[in-house]
Write a new protein. Sequence first.
Length: 497
Amino acid sequence: MKRALISVYEKRGVESFARGISQEGWEIYSTGGTYRFLSDEGIPVKKLEDLTGFEKLLGGRVKTLHPAVFAGILARRDRDKEEVKKLNIPLFDMVVVNLYPFVASAKKGMKGEELLEMIDIGGVALIRAAAKNYPWVTVVVQPEDYLAVLEEIQKYGNTTIETREKLAAKAFALTSLYDASIFWRLNREGFPPLLPLDLYKYQNLRYGENPHQRAAFYTSPFSLWREMVVLQGKKLSFNNIADLASAWEMAMDFEETFCGIFKHQNPCGAALGKTPKEAFLKALEGDPQSAFGGIVAINRPVDGDTAAEMRKIFLEVIVAPSFSEEAREILRKKKNLRLVELPFRRKFSYEGRFIEGGMLFQERDYFSEQDYEIEWVNAPEIIPMEDIKLAIRVAKALKSNSAALVKDGMMVGGCGGQTSRVEAVKIACERAGERAKGAVLASDGFFPFPDSIEVAHRYSVSVVIAPSGSKRDQEVAARARELGISFGFVKRRHFRH
């Protein structure tokens, strides 16, 4: 006779599964709530306590942690027969377990001792034991696998070794992720010596950056991506999500009404406005050619007036905290356009980037008031502080080396990803053209030579802001005074590689 141990927190689908294997002649043992649930459904089931001789201990903290249980799971059928027979230990051929919902409980705000009780101990031990002994034991950790396992049992009397191995791999991944989620909830050390990741597959993607690359999207259960709602349009691609993440990261830098238009993870338009419509139109005006096929991020709900303007050009994605019914009706006619709702808040203080065989991990680059403390070399009569703040934030969002030109609350020119800083300044000014006159220019890093100041002067830029730190800072400052261009140093740089 085949024997299964079923102990599940989530009861979804377990009734049909247990009934099915029971009808195939399997004997079922269960604990506590699972035993009562299956019994109430009229399914033959035995109490695990009858096997161990112990009721649950410590208020339920100890139910399954018993030698008779684990010996029955871990026994190797080809070498432990005599010992098992001598001790009269029943063998388990299947373990069906899912874990206490630690992540869901934490997300609901559960804390302290109450949350600690959501850390599963016995369940994890059962899963690992069954997975270790997969040559003989099937481990099932997700209701989604019930049907396939039941069908194999109905067909062959048991699962195949290939299925057991696959399920064992999934089981070890699950327990690893479970522990990682607990770690991130309890960790107070910025850069711990061990860095577990709790990434769950959100969805498969059509392909990666290029059609020949396979790809999938993984997220942390605590991330805002788990709260993403795609209201319409085609599935998001690898490149869409990368652009969307960069755009939303920038949008969250602003308390004011802001709109950014992104291409290839760089802003090609960025603007402040009194209304979402004004912010969008000003962002679009910054570079309408590059905005074609772009990703729009706006940090206010999209209303009908804004949607009517957005509908006039081809966009890939619009992301916002929400869309009004009128806006959705207007944009619904563009069937391929993705409308994405994301919560307007940050979750994590750290970020990572995978490299071959490793990961770079750092604090997120957030703004503070220090970013706007300027040591003026040659101060303007009227300091355009709002444009300065916007220019600094746009330069941060552009890939290094970057330069951003802002005028009247909108980005009028920008360039990122250059290997030469003066080239970034040149290209940004060329893109701005006549609009560079009277604009604010911000650089994401210091000027190693005065040549960037000279380029800004040629285009009649009125104010230049850059971090200090070059050994030629004083030479650059002297050239700014000589040319009569307003120039100031800020304390912090904002590279984005």
